[in-house]
Design a protein around this ligand. Structure first.
Ligand SMILES: C[S@@+](CC[C@H](N)C(=O)[O-])C[C@H]1O[C@@H](n2cnc3c(N)ncnc32)[C@H](O)[C@@H]1O
Length: 259
């Protein structure tokens, strides 16, 4: 009676423990995969890659680099997390300011509104620096549009939030800090009228869909090529050239990028 209320006792199941054979002996398969995907080479920093990739695997219960590559081929979120873990996003406001000043003087000579690309933009400081420098030199905000792209989705999220620390704004005068940021304790929040002058997107410059962006009058590509080998630098330069409206114009690279 009432037996249907109680499930039949089944034989106690013995949990099956899958044996995982840990193998982090050959990180070169990760290095090759990552270079193919992003252009970034770890040839001279293989032990740094090994420690980052191994801790990434351990945090995600992955027991070997082969398993990592298998999982990544099926899991876009995990793939993006690996990209975020292995790319370096160091940047700050008014970095190598002489190039920004040169861009400003070129734009002042333009009679039409210009499109400016920052590829890569990391956490946004370079793109916002260009906006600030243009406004400071009297260029009206409707005379330019700045687009920042980066392969690192965490960096793009932070760029959109535009909340910085003292070390990010250290090159700005106190006057500029006060004019463009709301400071609360340690935090420097960029004001919304500057934020809206810049658009940010996640893009890998080697992806086909990057080329579908409308072309640009001016391109900044600083401190990304330093992570590429000679052949990949060449490919990156070709991609960036193809994004220019007028190829006779200069692309702004970082001082260490092309050597
Ligand atoms: C050091 S930051 C440079 C930021 C800024 N341009 C500057 O000079 O201060 C380098 C950035 O390049 C990005 N990056 C690396 N490979 C990339 C690729 N294939 N496509 C887009 N961004 C990439 C990284 O995610 C990183 O944020």
């Amino acid at each position: 009676m009432l037996s249907w209320l109680f499930p039949k006792k089944t034989q106690t199941e013995t949990p099956v423990y899958q044996e995982h054979k840990e193998d982090f002996s050959d990180v070169t398969i990760v290095a090759e995969y990552f270079k193919e995907l992003t252009g970034v080479t770890f040839d001279k920093q293989i032990s740094i890659l090994n420690s980052k990739a191994k801790s990434f695997c351990q945090n995600n219960n992955i027991y070997s680099y082969k398993e990592l590559l298998n999982k990544i081929s099926q899991d876009k979120v995990l793939k993006q997390e690996l990209i975020n873990r292995l790319t370096t996003n160091e940047t700050f406001f008014y970095r190598e300011f002489n190039q920004i000043a040169e861009l400003v003087s070129l734009i002042k000579q333009e009679s039409h509104p210009v499109r400016i690309l920052c590829a890569p933009c990391a956490t946004g400081e370079e793109s916002y620096s260009i906006a600030i420098a243009l406004l400071e030199s009297g260029v009206a905000s409707n005379k330019f549009k700045i687009i920042g792209i980066d392969i690192n989705s965490d960096a793009i999220d932070r760029a959109k939030k535009a909340n910085y620390r003292e070390r990010n704004v250290r090159n700005l005068s106190e006057e500029l800090q006060q004019r463009y940021f709301i400071q609360e304790g340690e935090s420097f929040q960029l004001k919304s009228d500057i934020k809206q002058l810049v658009e940010f997107h996640i893009f890998n410059i080697f992806e086909e869909r990057f080329k579908s962006l409308e072309k640009f009058d001016y391109i900044f590509s600083r401190n990304m090529l330093i992570y590429f080998d000679a052949d990949t630098k060449q490919k990156a330069v070709e991609v960036l050239r193809s994004m220019q409206k007028d190829q006779s114009k200069k692309i702004f690279f970082g001082h260490a990028d092309l050597f």
